[in-house]
Write a protein that binds this ligand. Structure first.
Ligand SMILES: [Zn+2]
Length: 433
């Protein structure tokens, strides 16, 4: 049983099945039944009449998780790729072994690379590692591809050093297409209780929304649906006035501005102060937020969609790569909430873990003063897709986009693990197998 189409196609109409879920915990109330009709919660109460479709056995029934920042096509392509990050590969010899693992002459697609594995990659260093097949390696940031000579030749590309930064649009038609496992992405996420995604590619390919509509989850495709994603580069940064003009031209659509450096954030703050903020505006990543920016963010009311797990996942690299001045301001979480700045989270998979529960655990475990309580960590993924800081609720009339746990909420918060997820529902239909 599958629900086709995401949020965009289904807004305003529900086509879910009618379901009666017995004996669940809802918003702190135990032992209640929940009836779903036409994709929405129709009744909540003890001993509702009718035959039970599901025995909840006392587990919590929660708003399902929405991943507010993810790159679904890149995640689906991972199945056809080898991972060459510091967690998987150590040193040039190990990297060479992995890159030579396939049949000679066949393309190798490697992802997750970081310089700590084998230094700075380019055409020449890749030729030394794997001379006899076309090899492309993606940097962990997702912004850079490295190609060896065979790959450049096969793609008909002119690039002296084989380093292609932010060239995905140009590369797409030149590189062999990759087998995408979107069904696998949807299934795996459903098992984690994920009922929705916000796809954050800056320039969505033609037809992307249609391609992604095979996923059983709700879907926001930035650039097709609001908000419009704006990518900033330090090397070609607009002035605040230019960015403000760009934002004004895009109105009445909200914007999601990619801010991974201090200067990108400052330009964005000035631009939004100039253009005026709009409901639904967001800062993506907020990787470096100096303390003096907090009151300005609060006044603007823009939501920071952060990755609280990055300082945990990437701690060792950040300790050497990030400028000491920036280190106290990385991926703020607790201090954003404390300052009244709306906050939510996305995994940024495949550039981070795809498991929101792992993100929650990291958000709790932060040792830099940015750790948050488990309940707050869960809420980072329970916001409205278009207003990620605004919590969805399990109340009569709400869409039945739900996550059923094996255990009551308290027990789930103790472990924050996907093991507690029993089922996920979109518009009342189970999307878990
Ligand atoms: Zn991203």
């Amino acid at each position: 049983m599958r629900v086709h189409g995401g949020l965009r196609r289904r807004t305003g109409r529900g086509h879910g099945d009618d379901v009666l879920i017995r004996d669940v915990e809802v918003e702190g109330r135990g032992r209640v039944d929940v009836r779903v009709e036409h994709g929405r919660i129709a009744a909540i109460g003890p001993r509702l009449p009718g035959a039970a479709d599901v025995d909840g056995r006392g587990g919590a029934l929660l708003p399902g998780l929405h991943d507010h920042h993810i790159h679904l096509m890149a995640l689906a392509a991972e199945a056809a790729s080898v991972r060459v990050g510091p967690e998987e590969v150590s040193g040039p010899d190990a990297l060479a072994t992995v890159l030579r693992g396939g049949a000679p002459g066949e393309w190798v697609r490697a992802v997750g690379y970081h310089e700590s594995v084998a230094g700075r990659l380019d055409r020449r260093s890749l030729d030394a590692l794997a001379p006899d097949r076309p090899v492309r390696v993606q940097h962990r940031s997702g912004a850079m591809w490295f190609l060896n000579s065979a790959a450049l030749r096969a793609a008909g590309l002119e690039s002296a050093d084989g380093r292609l930064w932010r060239e995905d649009e140009r590369l797409r038609p030149l590189l062999p297409s990759v087998r995408l496992d979107l069904a696998g992405v949807g299934r795996r996420a459903a098992r984690l209780g994920v009922i929705g995604f916000s796809n954050a590619d800056p320039r969505p390919a033609d037809g992307l929304a249609r391609t992604l509509s095979v996923l059983p989850q709700r879907l926001v495709v930035m650039g097709v649906d609001p908000p419009v994603k704006l990518l900033l580069d330090d090397l070609a940064l607009p002035t605040p006035a230019e960015l403000a003009a760009m934002v004004s031209r895009l109105r009445p659509r909200p914007v999601a501005v990619h801010c991974v450096t201090r200067v990108q954030l400052l330009v964005t703050l000035l631009a939004l102060e100039d253009a005026g903020p709009l409901e639904g505006d967001r800062i993506e990543h907020g990787s470096v937020i100096p303390a003096e920016a907090l009151p300005r963010l609060r006044r603007l009311g823009v939501v920071v969609v952060t990755q609280p797990h990055f300082p945990v996942e990437r701690g060792r690299a950040y300790a050497t790569e990030v400028h000491p001045d920036d280190r106290p301001h990385l991926y703020r979480c607790r201090s954003l909430s404390a300052a009244g700045v709306p906050v939510a989270a996305g995994t940024d998979a495949p550039y981070g873990t795809h498991d929101p529960w792992a993100v929650m655990r990291a958000a709790v475990a932060r040792e830099d003063g940015e750790g948050i309580p488990p309940g707050a960590a869960l809420r980072l993924f329970q916001g409205d897709p278009h207003r990620p800081d605004r919590p969805r609720r399990t109340t009569v009339g709400s869409p039945a986009d739900l996550c059923l746990l094996h255990v009551p909420l308290r027990a789930a918060l103790d472990v924050l693990s996907a093991d507690v997820v029993r089922a996920a529902y979109v518009a009342g239909r189970p999307i878990t197998d």
